[in-house]
Design a protein around this ligand. Sequence first.
Ligand code: BG6
Length: 470
Amino acid sequence: MIHNELKDFPENFLWGASTSAYQVEGAWNEDGKGLSVMDVGNHPDDVTDFKVCSDHYHHYKEDIALMAEMGFKTYRFSIAWTRIIPEGTGDVNQKGIDFYNNLIDELLKHDIEPLVTMYHFDLPLALQKKGGWENRGTVDAFVNYAEVLFNEYGDRVKYWLTINEQNMMILHGNALGLLEGDPENVKKGLYQSNHHMLVAQSKVFDLCHQKVEDGKIGPAPNISTVYPASSKPEDILAANNYSAIRNWLYLDAAIFGRYNATAWSFMEEKGITPEIKEGDMEILKSGNPDFIAFNYYTSASVEGDFENQDKASNFNGDQQVVDNEAGLYRRYQNEYLEKTEFGWEIDPVGFRTTLREIYSRYNLPLIVTENGLGAYDKLEEEDTVNDDYRIKYLRKHIKQAQLAISDGVELFGFCPWSAIDLVSTHQGINKRYGFIYVNRDEFDLKDMRRIRKKSFYWYKDVIKSNGKKL
Ligand code: BG6
């Protein structure tokens, strides 16, 4: 649709940016923090671990002052479960509670709305050792942890996100290094874990409404539109399959409180349906989110060459995201899209399509909680970082967001990844995403000083003009 006149970004639009605890905080074993699965994960030899990261734990005041200088209306960060309840269940760690109290107060001092993710990949190791999410007990552990958060911070935090990218944890379970055993059982375990997460999430939606006055809560999956490789009917069917398994399985359960039929039949076909306890489906129905948060980096394309199952895929993007399913879909390289230097396809128009698809399916307000470009930034003379490529990427996506708003989508915030440089999930600190450069390398911590990138000044103008000056 071509609009003669575009709608403006709404007043009070939540411009901001995101981080997650295990990627930005460091201080991995300080002040009583317990170990999480991310603290003990395997790292390739050439990338750093998550022990120090950007040392945000000790620099949060300085970092928040820089966010305020950019004009942030919100900051999306995650709370490390292991700072609050080091063993996942049991004793609460007062020093962990204090840290986030201070961080939240510092944000409010600068009129920045806290947007809190309760769990961003960093499950307490103690729970993982008891079977992780496959163990039904983790549902209660999560609900108990959520209750602590609502009691401690609910007077000041009004926007909550439950689980970051649950769908990616299930689709690429082994990418987070959590899984052992033979692949078929692994998959069954993953879909059981998925069911437990859905139940836990639904209970926490409910709990938030009971405990937090004016509290709003939503899920935070990674959602992207799925293109068929061609107009061949089998390719279209494959796109439909992939979208059901990648996107709608998660959102249908969170919003409609039911399993998506195509996704369920896929699980039946593979013999990996989860055990559903009596009362679980009622729980799924009873917890309702107020909005949908989602992360978007790129679209996905698939083909459905069902007769030639063994044919190699032409897909050569980030290998971690290959998740072909025999008989359902095979990932496909979209020849119309440019790629980042890390091989991720760039698709701003797909962003608009994704916003429209989610909104027309669920009719809930939307907020984007991740979108951005990872690159090898270069610190140049006089402390400058000329990240024009990042500006170009974000500008194009923000333009598409405005088009989606003009299409009628109710979008109330945009939080790119990431507020400040942090350690990428798999590719170290030199894959940078931030508006603020952190002066360290993979293994040399240097002086950790914060440096405003070119995108910092650009984003400041975007926010100041409420998206008019791109
Ligand atoms: C999202 C995650 O999947 O993508 C973030 O929520 C992650 O934690 C981001 O960092 C970018 O991915 P990567 O692999 O480049 O760090």
